[in-house]
Write a protein that binds this ligand. Sequence first.
Ligand SMILES: Cc1cc2nc3c(=O)[nH]c(=O)nc-3n(C[C@H](O)[C@H](O)[C@H](O)COP(=O)(O)O)c2cc1C
Length: 194
Amino acid sequence: MTAPLLLAIAGSPRRHGNSERLLDACLDGIAEGGANAEKLAVVEYGIEPCDGCNACSSTGECHIRDRMQEVYPLLDAADAIVVASPVFFATVPAALKALYDRCQPYWARRYVLGEPPPERKRPGALLLARGGGDPYGFEAAAITTRSLFAVLGVSYDAELCVSGVDGPRDVDGRPDALAEARRIGAETASRAAR
Ligand SMILES: Cc1cc2nc3c(=O)[nH]c(=O)nc-3n(C[C@H](O)[C@H](O)[C@H](O)COP(=O)(O)O)c2cc1C
């Protein structure tokens, strides 16, 4: 049997900051758990926002010819998906939200064009980092991601919310959080292998 493939999405526009460091710890856990992983840093892809044209409700495809076209096959091939993101104005940053919105063709294929749901949901996890300087928490970022996972046929199995990290390496002072990210990685790998 071949090892499962996990897609690890780094959602921050700041490379190698807190959420991506959580993701890297998670990737260590994924390797320990015997799975392969591909890391996708969304900021490198320059994904255009959805233009709301609704063409995908007829064709099942997105008409925008940008690097999101490279992301669709990765989303399709993944046996599990982990998203790591900072909280920006209570939800996920624009570059990551653009990826989420460009998943509208999955919604259209299922709910407009009648594609059957997957027989089995794929495992999924979310890792969030935020400064914590406001009272709005993680809820909006988590709900937004749950909505994406539902459309992709991914279950929301694990969530890690780390508050009080703002400088790019602040999370290095939180070994508890990094250990938990690693544990989530190993657990997600083992779920994907079942
Ligand atoms: C544009 C912007 C908006 C932010 N909005 C919030 C917010 O709503 N709540 C919060 O707690 N922190 C907020 N922050 C702080 C980030 O969540 C924090 O710096 C986080 O550690 C960044 O993660 P990263 O290093 O992975 O990019 C914001 C930061 C920026 C740059």
